[in-house]
Each structure stands twice: as C-alpha cells, then as structure tokens.
Ligand binder design. Structure first.
Ligand SMILES: [Zn+2]
Length: 341
C-alpha cells in the first residue's frame, strides 16, 4: 500500500507571535511529538521547501509580499490586531506554503497516496493584499491555483472545516467556477462573513457553499451537514482534486471556538472526504492544518485524520448522523441551492 505523506519540520516553530498568542509554536511541537510515533511503513515525512515568490504571487500582490518580507527587520510587527510577526515569520510563511505545494506535487506524482501538511502559520483568512486572523499567506488558495497552473487540473474542491469562516479563500475563488469552496463555521463569529446567501458571483455563482452553524454543534451536527450538503454538492461537482482547510478549533476543548466536536467527528468528516476523493479524484486529497488551539485536542484529532488516511474504509456509518438541530439550516441551504440544479 502506498504511504501517506506528512509535511512537518522544526522550522515551523520559528514564527513567534508573542507569549500569550494562541497560535503558538507549541502547536507544532505537539505535532512533532505525534509525527515521531508514526509507523514509517505507512507514512513518510516530507521535508518542506520555501515557496517561490511567484508561487505566493498566485494569490497575493507584489506590494503585500514585500510588506510581509519587510517585517523580518523587526522582532515584533503587527500586520493587523491579531496577526503579529517576528524576524523569522516571513521565512516560515514561505515554508508553510512551500510545504503544502511539496505535498501536492508528491501526491500528483503518485509518490504518496494522500497527505497532511502540518504547518503554521495558518492561511485561510489572508486576503490578496492583507494579513488577517493569524494568517500571512493563503496556503490553501495558492495550492488550488498551483494545481490548476502546474498540473492542469480543471476542478478543485476546497473543504474548510475550521471553526472560522475561510473568508480569504472564499474571496480568491468567488467568481471562479473551477473551484468549489465549501465552509462549515460557527456563525455569527469572526470574521463575520460566510452567510448562506454568499454563494459566489458571475461565473462562480453556485460554487461557494456556506454552512454557518450555531455555536454548540458537535459530531452529530457536522456529520449531518456533511451527509446532507457537502457530499451531494461534491458528487455533483466531481472534483479532480480535494484540498482540506483542516482547522481543529471546532474541538470541544478549544479555547477560541464554541463548538463541541471530538476526535471521532473529525475522523468521520475526513472519512467522508476520503471516500469522495476515491470516488471522483483517484484518491487525490491533501489536508492542510489551519487553526486548532488546544494542544491535546489538536494532537488527538490530527492522529484520527492520519489514521483515516491510511485505513481508507473507516466505518463512518458508526458516526450517528441525527443532528436534528441543524435541519432548518440544511433546509435553507438546499433551498438556496435549488436554482443551481
Ligand atoms: Zn480558526
């Protein structure tokens, strides 16, 4: 059986947003500990390379890249209220994107079966010309553009299950029918976007699907919306590749999120996406770490997803998909989607 790839590196510890910042180097320290326990017959560790400027330029303006680069002259720079850099942050930012692109290229070349990039800082809030919400460069959006440009892929699905709405990713593909962007997130919550009626624009209309969940949702609600909304939309789109903005801040222990997810819920969502990848994309799926600020919750949930990546046929039926609470929301989303049938 082909191995699953994991991108992780001690270099990711070097971005330091400050002692009391939740997006701290310890997140990667916890995952380096997990990586050490992996069975190397089933997993291979891929060392990252920094992304080139032209790769970053797939989603960001030259002036903005220069601004982030300039932050390496000072110990502490606030790009926005909660996006703080240190001297090494620009380099670590390039390495986060480069690690994900390395993973994509490895899967595309058939050298690994699928994979998970365990990198930081996260990326899904980053806009073309602005850092936001702990994010410097929009790694997942750059990954999708790279697939289109370097690998000639015509249809990419991005699933974002971070507790926050992936506004930067949504912006990148809002008018682009070649990228199906689906987000589950707590709502109303930071950054404020991601309502049901945000469905894309012009040629991209119908290719953005927002699933704004009330606080307090757990495994049952997430599995239910995956079953009723995510899977049918993905099947209709038939992606050639699936990219996952995997944030673990919907975990019940997370200090930022207000959700009740457990390790089993993340594993179940991963299994449903792995199944979609098998059915439509020749198994080609790459997971990217976004948020997730409780170290034990993060480590255990990533472990569950990694196991699913190798097992393939995890018994997802065992995840109880009742989630009655989200039935009105699902009804609303399906109603809005009627016109895109
Ligand atoms: Zn988040």
């Amino acid at each position: 059986m082909a191995r699953s790839a994991v991108v992780i590196d001690p270099e990711y510890l070097k971005h330091e947003p400050g002692d009391f910042h939740p997006e701290k180097p310890d997140r990667i320290r916890a995952l380096l500990g997990l990586a050490e326990t992996l069975d190397l017959h089933r997993f291979q560790i891929l060392p990252p390379q920094p992304a080139t400027r032209s790769a970053i330029g797939l989603c960001h303006d030259e002036d903005y890249i220069a601004l982030v680069e300039a932050t390496s002259k000072t110990n502490r720079y606030a790009l926005d209220g909660d996006t703080i850099t240190s001297r090494d942050s620009f380099g670590v930012g390039l390495l986060a994107v480069g690690g994900f692109l390395r993973l994509i290229d490895s899967i595309a070349a058939g050298e690994s079966k699928n994979g998970f990039a365990l990198v930081r800082p996260p990326g899904h809030h980053a806009l073309r010309d602005r850092a936001m919400g702990f994010c410097l460069f929009n790694t997942i959006a750059i990954g999708a553009r790279h697939l289109k440009q370097a690998h000639g892929i015509k249809r990419v699905m991005i699933m974002d299950w971070d507790v926050h709405h992936g506004n930067g990713t949504q912006d990148s593909f809002y008018e682009d029918p070649s990228v199906l962007f689906i987000s589950t997130h707590q709502f109303p919550y930071y950054p404020g976007t991601g309502a049901v009626n945000e469905t894309g624009m012009n040629a991209g209309e119908g290719y953005t699907i927002n699933i704004p969940l009330p606080a307090g949702c757990g495994d049952a609600e997430y599995v239910r919306v995956f079953h009723d909304v995510v899977v049918p939309a993905a099947e209709k789109f038939a992606p050639e590749w699936i990219l996952v903005s995997a944030g673990f801040d919907p975990h019940r222990r997370d200090p930022l999120g207000g959700m009740e997810m457990t390790e089993s819920g993340f594993t179940a969502m991963a299994c449903m996406l792995l199944r979609l990848a098998d059915d439509h994309a020749g198994g080609k799926i790459a997971f990217l770490l976004e948020g997730g600020y409780d170290l034990a919750g993060l480590r255990n949930s990533v472990a569950g997803v990694l196991e699913a990546m190798q097992q393939g046929s995890w018994p997802i039926e065992s995840a109880k998909a009742d989630g009655k609470r989200v039935e009105p929301l699902i009804h609303r989303i399906l109603q809005v989607r009627e016109k895109y049938r």
